[in-house]
Design a protein around this ligand. Structure first.
Ligand SMILES: [Mn+2]
Length: 509
């Protein structure tokens, strides 16, 4: 008989003997048999976020319906706490979810072990030791490049490029015809929303949107989603935020603003990631790096390094930055626990250098301007310009000196129409063109160009002599930004692949 009968021990060795209710022994059963309580366990990550909890509950729901898992109950275990917003949801919903305390489960009882939203053991805290004890291990994750330390141990190992792990689990429920109740459907919506920023992050896929849609059909409560998806900034967080804000150091590097901040607090503040997000929103930085010295119950201290980035910082991959410190996450949101052997400022400086190393030289006008243009000589007539516009399907055309290619003005289709209405088609373009044309240098940065784009959609690029070199249109900016696949931008009136000549219309000169 094993010696761990009824005593609860949480010793220095780290193993935990569970408390179990005293039950009457069935006739003929040994004490050991009667105490065995076989079960499946699905683990969230430490400090569970909504995606982790929702994916775990969805997998537990799936297993409760699917052979052979359904032979024993499936519990969801949070190895070490949850984010404040998740804890608040649990405070209202624990009774409808299969959540069990870590200490109520004996690792020896675990049949199937589910791991969601993580593919290495580092994020499982004290539950890591159950991996060896379980009869089978099943891993589901959406962190594509997180290293996958569990892949060799797992019987089932699925990592897919979707916005949330919850999406993967919800698809399985849908495919097997398991319809979640309203509270669970609401939790799953919160899971998908949290990791996709309400379907707004660039990592969001059609699958996430379809899974969310199906959950709404299942009866997810929109008023509960509205209530619990709003992160509440607690008193301690508000104090930390107020203290951190004046400490933010922002510096532009190659057009990307990188902000760093060391958070110094007297006491432990949970939800530092949310503080990082609030700071990113408040400072309008492109990248925010936050470091804070934190301490656990056992007075162990370390530095939590948290990074957040906006899509504008297109080349920045915070996952790789955090990997350097032994952490992980996503390209735009990642974190790492760093040993407290250096100051938080030193850690921040190292992280900033890693971010900067990822940012290539700044994009300038010369790199993406359209060079193949049709222009009209400044001695053309309105009638010439009309033909140039019509034959090239343009709405405006630059006017240049034929010999020097110096830009003299810009003639718009509406200017031509106006001249024609006044029966002046025979007149020269110089009397009708616009001469106050904003221009840019070939060295203008993308950020400067984007600022000018608010007021004009066509920016002639000229050198110091005002010689026309090319033009930048909204289409060019969309192309360099890579928002859409090349070729699907509508209304484009330039294509750099066509060549790089500035052609004088009509070949008159
Ligand atoms: Mn996730």
């Amino acid at each position: 008989m094993r010696a761990r009968l009824a005593i609860v021990v949480c010793g220095a060795s780290g193993w935990v003997v569970p408390w179990r209710p005293v039950t009457r022994l069935p006739r003929g059963a040994t004490i050991e048999e009667s105490l065995a309580e076989p079960c499946n366990v699905v683990l969230t990550t430490t400090n569970a976020d909504f995606d982790s909890l929702a994916a775990a509950c969805a997998l537990a729901e799936l297993w409760s319906q699917r052979e052979p898992f359904s032979a024993v109950p499936t519990h969801v275990v949070l190895p070490r706490g949850a984010l404040p917003s998740v804890a608040r949801f649990l405070a209202y919903h624990k009774h409808v979810l299969p959540v069990r305390g870590f200490k109520t489960i004996d690792g020896d009882d675990v049949r199937a072990l589910g791991v969601v939203d993580a593919s290495n053991a580092a994020r499982l805290g004290r539950a890591t030791r159950w991996i060896d004890k379980a009869e089978s291990v099943h891993v589901f994750d959406h962190h594509i490049e997180s290293g996958g330390g569990l892949s060799s141990l797992a019987n089932e190992y699925v990592v897919e490029a979707v916005g949330s792990t919850t999406t993967m689990m919800v698809e399985k429920l849908r495919d097997e015809g398991v319809v979640p109740g309203p509270a669970r459907a609401t939790l799953y919506v919160l899971g998908i929303r949290a990791d996709t920023g309400g379907l707004a992050y660039e990592s969001t896929t059609l699958r996430d949107a379809e899974a969310l849609c199906w959950l709404l059909k299942c009866g997810a409560s929109q008023s509960a989603v509205a209530e619990f998806s709003l992160d509440r900034v607690g008193v301690a967080q508000r104090e930390a935020l107020a203290a951190a804000l004046p400490e933010v150091r922002a510096e532009a590097y190659r057009g990307i603003e990188i902000a760093t901040v060391a958070v110094r607090t007297e006491r432990y503040v949970s939800g530092l990631a949310q503080i990082a997000e609030e700071l990113l929103a408040l400072t309008a930085a492109d990248v925010l790096l936050l470091a804070a010295v934190v301490q656990d119950e056992k007075k162990r201290t370390w530095i939590d390094l948290i990074g957040r980035a906006r899509p504008r910082a297109v080349d920045v991959d915070l996952r790789n930055v955090m990997k350097h410190f032994g952490g992980g996450g996503h390209a735009r949101a990642a974190a790492a626990p760093v040993a407290n052997s250096r100051s938080a400022d030193a850690v921040l400086e190292e992280a900033r250098a890693l971010v900067q190393a990822q940012i290539p030289g700044e994009v300038r006008a010369a790199r993406f301007m359209t060079r193949n243009l049709v222009v009209v000589p400044s001695n053309s007539t309105i009638a010439d310009a009309r033909r140039a516009l019509a034959e090239n399907d343009l709405k405006s055309i630059p006017v240049v000196d034929a010999d020097t290619r110096r830009l003299r003005g810009l003639l718009k289709l509406c200017d031509v129409v106006k001249a024609e209405k006044h029966r002046k088609a025979h007149e020269g373009v110089r009397g009708w063109m616009r001469t106050l044309v904003p221009t840019i240098s070939p060295r203008a940065t993308l950020a400067q160009i984007e600022a000018m784009l608010q007021s004009t959609g066509r920016l002639p690029v000229v050198d110091d002599d005002h010689t026309l070199l090319g033009i930048i249109t909204r289409t060019d900016v969309l192309r360099i930004r890579n928002f859409y696949d090349h070729g699907v931008i509508e209304g484009g009136d330039s294509d750099p692949s066509d060549g790089d000549d500035i052609r004088l219309f009509n070949g008159q000169l």
